[in-house]
Design a protein around this ligand. Structure first.
Ligand code: ZN
Length: 182
């Protein structure tokens, strides 16, 4: 399985073609993105000629690891997204990329120069994967690194675990053992 995110246009079958790629840590690192600590994303692409362009169904599914916004420990986030690329050849009208909603799928038209021998989808895959991450990236409540959370919430030097009955020294008894319980 080649991991190059490239659809060769010369010799593309008249009908359709399928590609399966894998985007790992190196892939995201190659874009200079230090937010992605680790990645395991499968990319499935289905290409179909449509008129003078191509219809490209893209599907990404897997996992990205990013720093938690709250405790900075690694946080695994699922990635599951599909979208449709409309590939056209020739001059871009103006700004080029337009994203329009089409049901649940996003549909985007991208332009490649006429006579292109191949289409490189790596930038598109990168953009969609990163954009699919939620804006707020935190562990579920209670699952942040407890050490870090204690550091963040505790007043320095104050014991945050009060004795159950309010007698401060009761909590220490266990440390010295041999409490015969009068
Ligand atoms: Zn966290």
């Amino acid at each position: 399985m080649k991991n190059d995110f490239i659809i060769p246009l010369n010799g593309l079958p008249v009908g359709k073609a399928d590609y399966a790629w894998h985007a790992g840590k190196e892939f995201f690192g190659s874009f200079g993105d230090s937010e992605i600590l680790d990645a395991d994303v499968d990319v499935d692409v289905h290409v179909e000629k449509s008129g003078d362009g191509l219809g490209v169904d893209c599907k990404i599914k897997g996992r990205l690891t990013v720093p938690c916004d709250r405790c900075l420990e690694p946080l695994d986030l699922p990635v599951d997204k599909t979208w449709i690329l409309n590939v056209k050849f020739g001059e871009e009208p103006d700004e080029g990329e337009e994203i329009e909603l089409d049901g649940d799928d996003e549909k985007e038209t991208v332009y490649f120069p006429s006579g292109s021998a191949r289409i490189d989808l790596s930038q598109v895959v990168y953009d969609y994967t990163v954009l699919s991450l939620p804006a707020k990236r935190v562990h579920p409540d209670g699952q942040c690194n407890p050490e870090v959370m204690r550091f963040l919430t505790e007043d320095p030097g104050v014991d945050t675990e009060p004795a159950e009955d309010g007698k401060p020294f009761d909590a220490l008894k266990g440390l010295f053992g041999e409490d015969k319980g009068e």
